[in-house]
Design a protein around this ligand. Structure first.
Ligand SMILES: *Cc1c(COP(=O)(O)O)cnc(C)c1O
Length: 448
């Protein structure tokens, strides 16, 4: 038995789904100790948007290390931090007409969520926070209280409080506008739901099944919040940093969140780093009121500044992501078979898309079959029912296509179970599977 199984806690997770020992990685590919190559559609759960060991970012990191630059500095002012702030302001905030103060929290996404919750509660004097069905915001107690999944919630083994869950966009299907329900509950003094300090919402639910909220729904949520004095926190930890095609996932949706959370791919190099972007007048913290030893991961400041300079100085990268997203959605539509008992539905947008499977167990079997064939791909959703494609945004089109070939092979293998039968997507214009064809196109959903 390798030391991993003997010594590492039972809590380990991903290494059970992908049982090998990884050694090196480059771009969109991982290599294991036997020299086997895997295409990476897991991407550190969205922490490696610019690929593994991105050469240009690596150069900046090495140069900084060789220069004896400050590595740990609590929240001291450093040149590396100054550089990051300048770049973030100049290339991200200003061109988008966004005005935010930047809080560096502890380096995990969950710590940014905790900080945001403390701040909105302090700012409004209210305790309740509204989160949404299938939302995932991390597993520390405050963030876990806003996370829907009962598997994670049970692990708290204590009370998770001061949150109320509301139905996300589409929770009851396309014909039910959940905003109407939310408005009713929040304007009815006898609904039993305390007026909240804030809404916290993902525009695409990364861990909760790749449900994507429409622009109209998000605008309605913001309008309702403004009417009732409820702040809007967008958790862009997974969907942000370019994952949906724009730096922030809500760009072009006509909303300006009061607070935005970024983490995962922010450092651009898989290094831990998180920020809370705060509407300036809400920045009512006292000095050091929310602190943490690792708020100044200076190496992450260096890599983050470099990543933003390389990729976000103009629109080229955004276009590139858009093109790859189209390849991905077209191919997923082709892969989804109709002539089987099982049912499938496409999910997500940008380069965070997948296939919802019923029965749910298909997704897990496809993930395992894909691993055997050299593709690392995870599942998402309450019942792990969604096959989740999360390739690096920088993936070469040929590798993306190869990964999707493997995905198709794996799905066929699971469905045929060795019977030799082939399943097909319906020919264009001749819809067969009613559930599948009822899904509106991405353009329809996002202009709704
Ligand atoms: C991953 C994630 C978090 C939590 O981040 P950690 O670094 O794992 O604590 C919070 N929100 C969303 C949307 C995430 O995807």
């Amino acid at each position: 038995m390798r030391v991993h199984e003997r010594l590492e806690s039972q809590v380990r997770g991903y290494c059970r789904s992908f049982p090998t020992i990884f050694t090196t990685a480059k771009g969109a590919q991982l290599f294991d100790w036997k020299g086997r190559r895997y295409i990476d559609f897991l991407c550190g759960a969205g922490s490696l948007n610019y690929g593994h060991n991105n050469p240009e970012i690596k150069e900046a990191v090495i140069e900084y290390l060789l220069s004896d630059g400050i590595l740990h500095g609590l929240d001291l002012a450093t040149e590396a931090k100054e550089r990051f702030l300048d770049v973030f302001e100049g290339l991200i905030l200003k061109p988008r007409n966004l005005e935010y103060k930047i809080q560096f929290t502890g380096p995990t996404g969950a710590n940014a969520v905790e900080a945001a919750f403390k701040l909105v509660r302090k700012a409004t004097g209210r305790r309740n926070i509204i989160s949404f069905t299938n939302g995932f915001h991390g597993v520390t107690l405050g963030a876990l209280a806003a996370t829907g999944n009962s598997y994670y919630r049970r692990a708290a083994a204590t009370t998770l409080g001061e949150t109320t869950f509301m139905p996300y966009d589409g929770y009851f299907g396309p014909d039910f506008n959940t905003l109407e329900y939310i408005r009713k509950v929040l304007t009815d003094g006898s609904s039993g739901v305390d007026l909240p300090a804030a809404f916290i919402v993902e525009t695409v639910q990364g861990e909760g099944g790749l449900n994507a909220a429409s622009a109209g729904w998000l605008r309605g949520l913001q309008a309702l919040g403004r009417e009732l004095g409820i702040l809007l926190i967008i958790d862009d930890i997974q969907a942000g940093c370019g994952r949906t095609g724009t730096f922030f996932s809500f760009e072009g949706f006509g909303i300006i969140p009061d607070i935005v959370l970024l983490s995962k791919s922010l450092s651009g190099y898989g290094l831990p780093m998180s920020v809370v972007l705060i509407r300036p007048d809400l920045d009512i913290w006292e000095p050091g009121e929310h602190n943490g030893t690792f708020r100044g991961n200076n190496l992450a400041f260096v890599s983050a500044a470099k990543a933003i300079e390389i990729y976000w100085g103009d629109d080229l990268f955004s276009h590139e992501i858009g093109k790859k997203a189209e390849i991905l959605s077209d191919r997923l539509a082709e892969i989804i078979p109709f002539d089987t008992e099982a049912e499938f539905e496409p999910r997500g947008r940008g380069l965070i898309q997948g296939i919802e499977c019923a029965p749910a167990s298909i997704a897990d079997r496809v993930s395992r079959a894909a691993f055997e064939r050299g593709l690392i791909i995870e599942t998402s959703g309450a019942d792990s029912q969604v096959i989740k494609c999360l390739p690096p945004l920088t993936i070469e089109v040929s590798i993306l296509t190869r990964g999707l070939d493997i995905l198709e092979d794996s799905l066929q293998a699971v469905l045929t179970d060795g019977s030799g039968r082939q399943f097909h997507a319906p020919p264009p214009g001749r819809p067969q599977n009613s559930r599948w064809v009822s899904v509106p196109t991405a353009t329809e959903v996002y202009s709704r």
